[in-house]
Write a protein that binds this ligand. Structure first.
Ligand code: SF4
Length: 250
C-alpha cells in the first residue's frame, strides 16, 4: 500500500487501516497531536489545508490492491488531518477519494469535526460498502468553549446534526470522546445522541492535560459507562482510560 497504512499505538484501537489525504488541518484544535506526529511546525500545520502529493492517484492504486487482496477491513479517514476541514468544500479531495473507494467497494469510516460539511457526500459514503460509517469527535458542548478549543471545527450541535443525518442515510454512526475534556458535556452528548449513534469510543487525553477539567479519571470513566449502559449503548473504553478503571490504577 502507498497511502493506506496500518496505524500503530493508540490509533490502532480505532482502526486497522487508515488514510490521510490531507497533510495538515485548519481546524486548529488546541489539543491537536498531529503536528508532533507529522514533525511539522504547529502554526504551519494549522494555517493551510495541504493535500498529499498525488494523493488520489496513490489512493486509487491502494484501492485496486485492496480489492485484489480481498481485504475487508474499513479504512479510516483520518487520524492526522480532518477529511472535512473547511477547504474540502472547494477542493473535494475526500469526495473524490470516496468515489474511488465506492468503485472498488473499499468501506470507509469518516472521522471528522467538520459536521454537516460532510452531509453532501453521504450517498457516496454509503456506496463504499455495508461497513461504511460516519463518526464525529465530540469534546465540549458549549459552543463558545468549543470555539476556543477547536476554532475552525464545526460547532458541537452541527456535529450532532451530521450524526443524525448519517443515521437517517443508513450509515453506521459512532462518536469518539477523545480527548475527554468535560464530563458534563460528555453526559449531555450521550443523552442527546443515543437514539442515532450506534457506538461510543471513550478515551482520556494525551498531550496537554491542563486542557481537561477532568481530574478523577476513574470517576469520569464510571460515570460515562453508567450513562451509556442506561441507554444500552455499545461502547469501547480505550486502553488509557481502561487503566484508570482498574482498582490499583494498573
Ligand atoms: S481536527 Fe484533528 S487534525 Fe484537525 S486540528 Fe483538530 S485535532 Fe488536529
Amino acid at each position: 500500500m502507498r497511502l493506506v497504512y496500518e496505524p500503530k499505538g493508540r490509533a490502532r484501537e480505532y482502526a486497522a487501516l487508515a488514510a490521510n489525504l490531507y497533510t495538515s488541518c485548519t481546524h486548529g484544535c488546541l489539543y491537536c497531536y498531529a503536528p508532533r506526529c507529522m514533525q511539522r511546525k504547529r502554526d504551519l500545520f494549522h494555517t493551510t489545508a495541504s493535500v498529499r502529493k498525488n494523493a488520489l492517484r496513490l489512493f486509487a492504486a491502494d484501492c485496486t490492491e485492496y480489492a485484489e487482496q480481498h481485504l475487508t477491513e474499513p479504512v479510516l479517514m483520518s487520524f492526522v488531518s480532518d477529511p472535512y476541514q473547511p477547504d474540502e468544500l472547494e477542493l473535494r479531495i475526500t469526495r473524490k477519494a470516496l468515489e474511488i473507494a465506492a468503485g472498488h467497494k473499499v468501506p470507509i469510516h469518516i472521522l471528522t469535526k467538520g459536521g454537516t460539511r460532510a452531509i453532501q457526500d453521504f450517498p457516496i459514503l454509503v456506496e463504499t460498502g455495508s461497513q461504511a460509517a460516519f463518526a464525529c469527535t465530540l469534546t465540549v458542548y458549549d459552543k463558545s468553549w468549543s470555539a476556543k478549543l477547536e476554532p475552525c471545527a464545526a460547532e458541537p450541535e452541527d456535529r450532532l446534526q451530521a450524526l443524525k443525518a448519517a443515521h437517517d442515510a443508513g450509515l453506521s454512526t459512532w462518536v469518539s470522546f477523545e480527548p475527554s475534556i468535560d464530563e458534563e458535556s460528555v453526559i449531555k452528548f450521550i443523552r442527546l445522541s443515543h437514539s442515532y449513534v450506534d457506538l461510543y469510543k471513550v478515551g482520556a487525553i494525551s498531550g496537554d492535560k491542563s486542557l481537561s477539567r477532568i481530574s478523577n479519571w476513574r470517576d469520569y470513566g464510571m460515570s460515562v459507562i453508567n450513562e451509556l449502559e442506561k441507554y444500552e449503548k455499545e461502547y469501547i473504553i480505550k486502553n488509557d482510560l481502561e487503566k484508570e478503571l482498574m482498582p490499583d490504577g494498573q
